[in-house]
Design a binder for this molecule. Structure first.
Ligand code: G3P
Length: 217
């Protein structure tokens, strides 16, 4: 399973990129709004910070309601950094989003269909040519449903039906989510920097480092 970072915060992206485990970045309107900067400028900055990752997801804005409006926004986004094919257009999981996904995929543009909460939605997105599908597991857990189970069912379905879309486990909130979606067959987990930091740690590791340092003295 690969790691993407789920943020529009440049500092967090730089910190994660430095470690050398980052394969991509995902953003969404809520994450960009927190940054108080023009959306297109931040996407361009992110692309410059992480030149060799496979994907930077830029979501169409909530102003784009029809497929046509989504496609118009997508065309602006993919031209932010000319020739940069890592810009991935993130589209909402609805009929308009699927139509835009089919169109953009046909043009060779990477797509990420987001806000997926059922296996059927993932199947539709894959059939519409989505490069990535993003089930939101934390938000399912929030309503007492099993988010990891959804990821494992989608993974099983894609295997059985030989569908190429990659599964991005999104709305990942804590280290146990990371382990469980990896075992459930997610291709990617997109996680905030705080969770990347958490999964690098264990109290016995810290104690061991402290003991080695003490003994060395
Ligand atoms: O990648 C989707 C993510 O940003 C949503 O996370 O924690 O708001 O459910 P959360």
């Amino acid at each position: 399973m690969k790691f993407f970072i789920d943020t529009a915060n440049l500092e967090d992206i730089q910190k994660a990129y430095k470690i050398g485990v980052l394969s991509g970045v995902t953003t969404n309107p809520s994450l960009v709004a927190k940054e108080n900067i023009k959306f297109e400028d931040r996407i361009a900055e992110i692309c410059r910070e992480v030149p060799d990752v496979e994907s930077v997801s830029a979501e169409v804005t909530p102003n784009a309601i029809t497929a046509e409006e989504m496609i118009t926004e997508a065309e602006e986004l993919i031209n932010i950094n000319e020739g940069d094919d890592k810009i991935t257009i993130k589209l909402p999981m609805n009929l308009e989003g699927l139509e835009a996904c089919r169109y953009l995929s046909g043009k060779g543009v990477k797509t990420n269909v987001t806000l997926i909460f059922t296996v059927n939605q993932a199947l539709l997105a894959a059939r519409a040519g989505a490069t990535y599908v993003s089930p939101f597991l934390g938000r399912l857990d929030d309503i007492s449903e099993d988010g990891v189970l959804l990821v494992s069912k989608i993974a099983e379905l894609f295997r059985l039906q030989k569908l190429d879309s990659q599964i991005i486990a999104a709305s990942v909130r804590h280290p146990d989510h990371v382990t469980r979606v990896a075992l459930a067959g997610a291709d990617i987990a997109t996680i905030p920097f705080q969770v990347i930091e958490q999964i690098s740690k264990h109290p016995l590791t810290d104690q061991g480092i402290a003991k080695f340092a003490a003994d060395w003295k």
